[in-house]
Design a protein around this ligand. Structure first.
Ligand SMILES: NC(=O)c1ccc[n+]([C@@H]2O[C@H](COP(=O)([O-])OP(=O)(O)OC[C@H]3O[C@@H](n4cnc5c(N)ncnc54)[C@H](OP(=O)(O)O)[C@@H]3O)[C@@H](O)[C@H]2O)c1
Length: 338
C-alpha cells in the first residue's frame, strides 16, 4: 500500500493554518506524496488541492476515508474533531498522524489507541517539537551528563492573540483554551525528562466568558523527583524559553517548541551553542518519523508512544479539574464521542 518510490501516500483532513504549514514541511520529504485532501466543503477542498497540486479533492471527510489511494491521513481539524475523524480513518484502514493535542481528554485518547490496535494501524500525535534535531541534541547532552544531574525544568509558551470568542483558541466548542493548545508543549517537554508527571498545583486565568483558560501556570513533579514550573498563555507573549538545569550547568532553548538552537552553559566554562537548522520549516521531521515507522511495519513511534499521549492527556485532565474550570464540561458535551 505505498507508492512506487516506497514512501506513504498522504491524505490531509482540514484545510486550515497548520495543514498548509505541514504540507510545506512534507514537501521537503523526498519520498512523500500527497494524493488527497478532505474538507467540509468542495470549495475549500478545490482551493487547497489546487494550491498544493493534490489530485483527489474530496468534499467531505468520509470520502477521503474511502479513498483507496491514501495510506496515511494527517488530521488537522480543531481538537474536538481529532477523536471522531481519527476513529473514522482508522476504521477505514488508514494510518493516522493527528495534530496535538491528540484529543480533548484521556478517555478519547484511550479510545483512539484502542482503535489503532484493533485495526492494526499506525497512530501518532503530531507533537512536532519532539522530532526537531536540536531537541535530539538536548536529549543527548542530558543523557551524557553535560549538565550533571538534572534537577529542575522550566518552560513557557505564550502568544498574545486578540480575544475573539469565535476564535478556536477561545471558543470552548472548538476546543479552546491555552492549556490544550499551548500548554501541551511545556508539559511534553517536562514529561520527556521527568517521566510520569504528578500535578502538584495549577492556577489559571479564564477568558471573559469564563469558558476557557487564557493562561495556566503549572507545577509538576516527575517520577525521578525533579520538578518543573510551566506556563502557557493565549493572551500574553511569553519568552518561550525552556531551561534544563542540573548540578553541573544548564541548557537554554529559546522558542523551544520550534527551536533550531540551544546554548549549553557548563559551570565554569564558556557557553557552547548548538545550531541545527531545519531543512524546511520543521514539520518535515515528524513526517519522516511516520514514513520511517511505516516502512518497518511499526504501529507507534518510540519518540511519542501511545502511552505518552494517554499520559499527557491525563495530566491535562487533572490540571483542568484543579480549581473550578467550568469549560471542560460544556466542551466535553460538545465533542461527538461516536
Ligand atoms: N503542530 C503545530 O505547530 C500546530 C500549530 C497550529 C495548530 N495546531 C493544531 O492543529 C489543529 C488545527 O489548528 P489550525 O490552527 O490549523 O486551525 P484552523 O486554521 O481553524 O483550521 C482547522 C481546519 O479544520 C477544519 N474544521 C473541521 N471542523 C471545523 C469546525 N467546526 N470549525 C472550524 N474548522 C473546522 C477546517 O477545514 P475544512 O473546512 O476544510 O474542513 C479548518 O480549516 C488544532 O488541533 C491545533 O492544536 C498545531
Amino acid at each position: 500500500m505505498t507508492q512506487e518510490n516506497g514512501g506513504p501516500r498522504w491524505g490531509v483532513v482540514g484545510t486550515g493554518g497548520i495543514a498548509h504549514s505541514f504540507l510545506e514541511g512534507l514537501r521537503a520529504v523526498p519520498s512523500a506524496r500527497v494524493v488527497a485532501v478532505g474538507s467540509r466543503t468542495a470549495e475549500r477542498s478545490e482551493e487547497f488541492g489546487a494550491a498544493w497540486d493534490i489530485p483527489h479533492r474530496h468534499a467531505d471527510y468520509a470520502a477521503l476515508a474511502g479513498d483507496p489511494d491514501v495510506d496515511v491521513v494527517y488530521v488537522a481539524t480543531p481538537h474536538p474533531w481529532h477523536h471522531p475523524v481519527t476513529l473514522l480513518m482508522l476504521g477505514a484502514g488508514k494510518h493516522v498522524l493527528v495534530e496535538k493535542p491528540m484529543a480533548m481528554n484521556a478517555l478519547q485518547v484511550t479510545e483512539m489507541v484502542a482503535a489503532a490496535r484493533a485495526n492494526d494501524r499506525f497512530l501518532m500525535e503530531a507533537l512536532w517539537t519532539r522530532y526537531l534535531p536540536v531537541h535530539e541534541v538536548a536529549r543527548g547532552l542530558v543523557a551524557d551528563g553535560a549538565i550533571g544531574e538534572l534537577t529542575a525544568v522550566s518552560a513557557d509558551f505564550g502568544i498574545n492573540v486578540p480575544y475573539d470568542p469565535d476564535h478556536r483558541l477561545f471558543n470552548a466548542d472548538l476546543g479552546g483554551g491555552a492549556l490544550l493548545d499551548l500548554g501541551i508543549y511545556p508539559l511534553a517537554l517536562a514529561s520527556q525528562y521527568l517521566g510520569e508527571l504528578t500535578v502538584v498545583g495549577a492556577t489559571r486565568r479564564l477568558s471573559p466568558d469564563h469558558m476557557v483558560d487564557v493562561h495556566t501556570t503549572m507545577l509538576v513533579r516527575g517520577e525521578n523527583g525533579v520538578s518543573a514550573t510551566l506556563d502557557c498563555s493565549s493572551r500574553t507573549s511569553l519568552p518561550g524559553r525552556a531551561v534544563l538545569a542540573g548540578t553541573g550547568g544548564r541548557i537554554e532553548i529559546e522558542r523551544f517548541w520550534a527551536a533550531t538552537d540551544l546554548v549549553l552553559h557548563r559551570d565554569g566554562r564558556e557557553p557552547e551553542r548548538f545550531h541545527r537548522p531545519f531543512r524546511a520549516n520543521g514539520y518535515e521531521y515528524e513526517a519522516e518519523e511516520v514514513a520511517r515507522r511505516l516502512a518497518v511495519g511499526e504501529r507507534e513511534s518510540p519518540r511519542m508512544p501511545w502511552s505518552e499521549s494517554v499520559r499527557l492527556a491525563g495530566v491535562m485532565d487533572r490540571i483542568r479539574d484543579m480549581g473550578s474550570l467550568v469549560y471542560s464540561r460544556p466542551t466535553v458535551k460538545a465533542v461527538p464521542l461516536g
